[in-house]
Design a protein around this ligand. Structure first.
Ligand SMILES: Cc1cc2nc3c(=O)[nH]c(=O)nc-3n(C[C@H](O)[C@H](O)[C@H](O)COP(=O)(O)O)c2cc1C
Length: 187
């Protein structure tokens, strides 16, 4: 596929549409290598990733589940249905990559630019996944901001979600896009 075909073929493939089959480390590395070539301002390279597979992924799913249930018991409002759904997704998919933003030490760049750079890194991974016949899904549950402890994030790090990756068991229909002409003003 050429780049235009890859861009239009890429889909958000929900976890239940991904196969449980393990993915080789080699293929995961291809995604991460692509991520590392994303553009970024002042060479901060603000993307960090934690790759969860096998037992580590199961442990993460359990820790998140019990932590959030405890929060709920102690009176904090947590949507337990969403927590359960997230746990099931994490257990189901073969690979979950935590997407982390790391601010540079001097805060030279506004946060939004760093988020943009990390997002471009994610898109790079997603496009490479498409090229090598893997499906991916960016999951951003509401409770991300309270998971820092469980993921052992540093004070300059922020969790921007998880990229679930696996072989595509079943195609997920594209939602398509509205017409670009409605989003552009030519001057
Ligand atoms: C930053 C970001 C966060 C997202 N978070 C979620 C999410 O938490 N849950 C979800 O169902 N889809 C999420 N998505 C995926 C979109 O829902 C998906 O791209 C959209 O359904 C269109 O599908 P398509 O890209 O296959 O056309 C996210 C996408 C982005 C860019």
């Amino acid at each position: 596929m050429n780049i235009n075909e890859i861009i239009k073929t890429r889909r958000a493939t929900p976890p239940r549409f991904l196969a449980k089959k393990e993915i080789s480390k080699d293929r995961i590395l291809q995604l991460l290598e692509s991520a590392n070539w994303a553009p970024n301002h002042k060479q901060t390279e603000p993307w960090r990733f934690k790759v969860y597979t096998g037992d580590a992924k199961q442990k993460l799913a359990d820790e998140i589940y019990f932590f959030l249930n405890k929060k709920n018991e102690s009176g904090e409002s947590v949507n337990l249905q969403k927590v359960e759904q997230f746990r099931n997704s994490l257990i189901r998919v073969p690979v979950a990559i935590a997407i982390i933003l790391e601010r540079d030490i001097a805060n030279r760049i506004p946060e939004w630019e760093e988020i943009a750079a990390v997002s471009m890194a994610v898109q790079n991974m997603w496009l490479t996944a498409t090229e090598i016949n893997l499906g991916a899904f960016w999951s951003t549950p509401q409770f991300l901001p309270i998971l820092n402890g469980i993921l052992n994030l540093g004070p300059r790090q922020k969790l921007l979600g998880f990229l679930f990756v696996g072989e595509i068991a079943m195609d997920y229909p594209s939602q398509g896009r509205g017409n670009i002409n409605e989003k552009v003003e030519w001057k």
